[in-house]
Design a protein around this ligand. Structure first.
Ligand code: A2P
Length: 360
């Protein structure tokens, strides 16, 4: 017997990849429901060679569903996932809405799979930039400890959805034709101002907080502590972040400076050796061969790629690295499907009694 699975936001940049990743996963699927907005009703998408019509997502769409993969925006998850849990469906949510909720595990399967044990029907997929940073740094944390992280991101347009990819292409064509570029999506849908991304850099991802950080930067700081330390532990890793949108369609890059535990001074080779052993992480680090991770070579892969690993020349125990991953796959759809695989493997595809009330 298989599972009845629903994908919420099935027509989006992440949702379409959830369909692909699910098709290639170990999860037995007896029925797949593709849910989106009324704009997409009736549109057909393919799963394992079978055409499936998209239907409008409503609370009743989740009747009889075992497993939900959601990526239709935070407001949609906020409204519909409690309804899904009420109907007995376990939800893996790619939006940021539930990530910091104490009742919701925030999981990168290679890093903190045990957090799944006490789930209450909703499991959150971390932010794409957080996930790839955790992949690069968890082997370091395990072997040498981790005291401090300073990260600057180089994030692809697709992190803002399908419409942002289209906008980047249209702008690039306009620029090359010597025509004016017009923007209506980036940096943030619905914001007061929009700026072109083509041939440009936008140091704003998500909305601004009162303290001058963007919400994306806030997510990297707080999600890191929740994943690496568990939400009950003292958050003793210091993290700061600057998040920048770059004119790349797919795959985020990050420049990460980090400090290991006091007294530890591993060599770059020792760090590489730990990283090479970590599942899902591929070391591409050979200056002599000009080998380093790039968005163009990482896009389409489930793996996270790390390189440029080198000690800070003036601060013992501190290092720099460069990490790249497909933000739509390991950063979103694949990590979500991987969480679902783990739930299946651990026989956790069931909603414990009393869960629905936690999200009312
Ligand atoms: P639709 O294609 O019908 O608009 P992206 O992240 O690429 O922008 O995709 C967002 C996804 O979320 C799409 O599948 C979109 O469907 C879906 N979506 C947006 N708003 C809603 C809504 N109110 N109810 C259900 N799905 C929604």
């Amino acid at each position: 017997k298989g599972y009845v699975v629903a994908i919420l936001g099935a027509t989006g940049a992440v949702g379409t990849r959830m369909i692909e990743q699910l098709a290639e996963s170990t999860i037995p699927v007896s029925e797949l429901r593709l849910l989106a907005s009324p704009r997409s009703a009736g549109k057909e998408l393919t799963f394992k060679g079978q055409r499936i019509a998209v239907t409008v997502a409503t609370p009743d769409s989740f009747d009889g569903v075992d497993l939900v993969l959601a990526s239709a925006g935070g407001a949609v998850s906020a409204k519909l996932l409690p309804e899904a849990v009420k109907r007995g469906a376990v939800c893996v949510d790619n939006t940021s809405h539930f990530r910091m909720d104490d009742n919701v595990p925030l999981v990168v399967p290679e890093v903190n799979p045990d957090a799944l044990k006490d789930h209450h029907g909703i499991i959150a997929d971390p932010n794409c930039s957080t996930i790839q940073m955790m992949m690069a740094l968890e082997p370091v944390r395990r072997a040498f400890g981790l005291r401090r992280i300073i990260v600057s991101t180089y994030q692809a347009a697709s992190g803002a959805g399908q419409s942002a990819i289209e906008e980047l292409k249209t702008e690039a064509q306009a620029y090359l034709a010597d025509e004016p570029m017009t923007a209506s999506v980036l940096p943030v849908k619905g914001a007061a101002k929009h700026y072109p991304l083509a041939f440009n850099l936008l140091p704003q991802i998500d909305v601004f907080e009162d303290d001058g950080y963007t919400h994306e930067e806030w997510k990297m700081i707080h999600e890191t502590k929740k994943i690496m330390l568990g939400d009950k532990n003292a958050p003793n890793i210091k993290v700061t972040a600057t998040c920048v949108r770059v004119p790349v369609p797919i795959a985020h890059g990050e420049s990460v400076w980090f400090e290991v535990a006091e007294g530890q001074t591993p060599t770059a080779a020792e760090l590489r050796a730990e990283m090479a052993k970590f599942p899902g992480l591929v070391v591409q680090d050979d200056p002599a061969q000009q080998l380093y991770p790039q968005p163009q070579t990482a896009a389409g892969s489930r793996d996270t790629f790390v390189g440029r690993i080198r000690p800070d020349q003036e601060t013992p125990g501190a290092y720099n690295l460069w990490v790249v991953a497909d933000n739509l796959l390991k950063g979103a759809a694949w990590n979500a499907v991987q969480i679902a695989e783990e739930l299946v493997a651990r026989d956790l595809v069931r909603v414990p009694a009393g869960s629905a009330e936690l999200f009312e």
